[in-house]
Design a binder for this molecule. Structure first.
Ligand SMILES: Cc1cc2nc3c(=O)[nH]c(=O)nc-3n(C[C@H](O)[C@H](O)[C@H](O)COP(=O)(O)O)c2cc1C
Length: 438
């Protein structure tokens, strides 16, 4: 089983009420907080800690960021390459993943950032490829609105061709470092790229030699038709947001078939659903904690704010009991796949805005494993053993406590059962994930 920590470099986890939890540490502006998180997950032999990102405060709802600021609905997002740099210095084995947008960064910038991180971390870097989701982000980069959904993916294909090309501009043995003869590197082994697409032109070479992993690991989480095809072509680790085990099994089979169709080995690409864990000393204790962690702390306005952000749709003019129709979903240019799945599985045609907002407050989607350490391990194993996933990307109800609970209570149980490693056997993230070096 692969385990990934779903991290946020900001004031709240994906659960927008997390900052209000009494056990949450408000260390999100300090290096030591992220270093401690890294060390905790490394103690639990996690494959990777991965940080999500957005390039704007949530400002789609009512055309204003006021509610996001007031309610702490994720208004703070730090720069991830700096955060991962300090975590790299405090850890030795755990993989380090960051989200960078193909819509708002450039291939050279992204290739250089992750190649640098791969060197400085000695082979632990991963890039979560996203196309970004809303107009608030566009408005921070000189555009008035976000590009259309499928066009973003077309651009992302080119972006990846250019970025992976840049990572290959240095051959593995290009560095010579011969002091005596004054030969630094072999010019026959450092190549221009001369990439020319419809959107990008990059000459190259990259200014960073080929990295310990050959290339950083590519993460992706597309769930629409176009997103699945993109992931099948590029992703080495896929994040999903499936609401239940049946949906997850069919998504798993569909995505793995698409990977095979794309000419790649489906077993080499792991699929990990996002999941929350709430662990208690007894089942009742766990339920009480669930109520507190996931239901009582979130403000309804924070939910609507984040829902508008996610779907790139201003819900401020819509009644709470209005149904979520196909037309509404299609007219949003944000994360359509997730909302479609959620509606299909929870409310069908009768799902209302209030129902949808309720899910965004707590879970977005994905399983919620609640119980004692033994029963949480049972639930995780059931998903893992029945072709619903290859592991999990674990979100936190509060931080760092939720990660500490998993590491100290559930991981030992999974290790006893022989489904999870009890030590790192390799040194790079590719080693942990069983991925070949390109
Ligand atoms: C676990 C997980 C993490 C994600 N992290 C981010 C993120 O950090 N930034 C972002 O813009 N989108 C993020 N997404 C959204 C995806 O990039 C993607 O837009 C979404 O899954 C919908 O797929 P689609 O674009 O194919 O409709 C995440 C999705 C999942 C399931």
């Amino acid at each position: 089983m692969s385990l990934v920590g779903f991290m946020q470099a900001g004031n709240a986890t994906v659960y927008s009420g997390s900052w209000r939890h009494p056990a949450t540490e408000h260390g999100f502006l300090s290096a030591s907080y992220y270093q401690k998180l890294g060390r905790t997950l490394e103690e639990g032999c996690f494959d990777l800690m991965f940080f999500d990102d957005r390039l704007a405060m949530p400002g789609v709802y009512g055309g204003s960021v006021a509610e996001a600021v007031l309610r702490g609905a994720r208004p703070v997002k730090l720069d991830l390459s700096v955060v991962l740099g300090v975590v790299a210095a405090a850890t030795r084995s755990i993989g380090l993943g960051a989200t960078y947008s193909t819509t708002y960064y450039s291939p050279f910038h992204v290739a250089r950032t992750f190649a640098t991180l791969d060197h400085l971390s000695e082979g632990r870097a991963a890039w979560n490829v996203v196309t970004s989701i809303n107009d608030s982000e566009a408005q921070n980069f000189g555009l008035s609105e976000h590009l259309g959904h499928d066009e973003r993916y077309d651009r992302a294909d080119e972006f990846l061709e250019a970025t992976t090309g840049l990572w290959d501009t240095w051959e593995d043995d290009a560095l010579v470092l011969d002091r005596e003869n004054g030969i630094f590197a072999d010019p026959d082994k450092v190549h221009e790229l001369n990439y020319e697409g419809d959107w990008y032109k990059v000459r190259g070479p990259l200014t960073v030699p080929r990295t310990p992993q050959g290339r950083p690991v590519l993460l992706q989480a597309g769930s629409s038709g176009r997103g699945l095809a993109f992931a099948a072509r590029w992703a080495e680790l896929i994040f999903t947001g499936d609401p239940g085990i049946e949906v997850a099994r069919s998504h798993y089979a569909e995505q793995k078939a698409k990977i095979a169709e794309a000419g790649r080995d489906p077993d080499a690409v792991k699929m990990l659903p996002m999941a929350y864990t709430v662990i208690g000393e007894s089942e009742d204790h766990a339920r009480e904690r669930e109520q507190l962690f996931l239901n009582d702390l979130v403000h309804p306005m924070a939910s609507l704010t984040l829902l508008s952000e996610l779907m790139n749709y201003d819900f401020s003019g819509i009644e709470l009991d209005a149904p979520i129709t196909d037309e509404l979903i299609e007219s949003s240019s944000g994360v359509r796949g997730l909302v479609k799945n959620l509606r299909a599985n929870f409310g069908g045609e009768t799902m209302t805005l209030a129902d949808l907002a309720g899910h965004r407050a707590t879970l977005l989607q994905g399983p919620r494993f609640v119980g004692t350490a033994t029963s949480v391990a049972d639930q995780m194993e059931e998903w893992f053993d029945t072709a619903a996933c290859d592991g999990f990307v674990l979100a936190a109800t509060h931080s760092p406590g939720a990660y500490e609970d998993v590491v100290r209570l559930v991981v030992p149980e999974l290790q006893r059962r022989g489904v999870f490693r009890d030590r790192y056997t390799g040194t790079t993230l590719r080693d942990h994930l069983g991925l070949v070096r390109p």
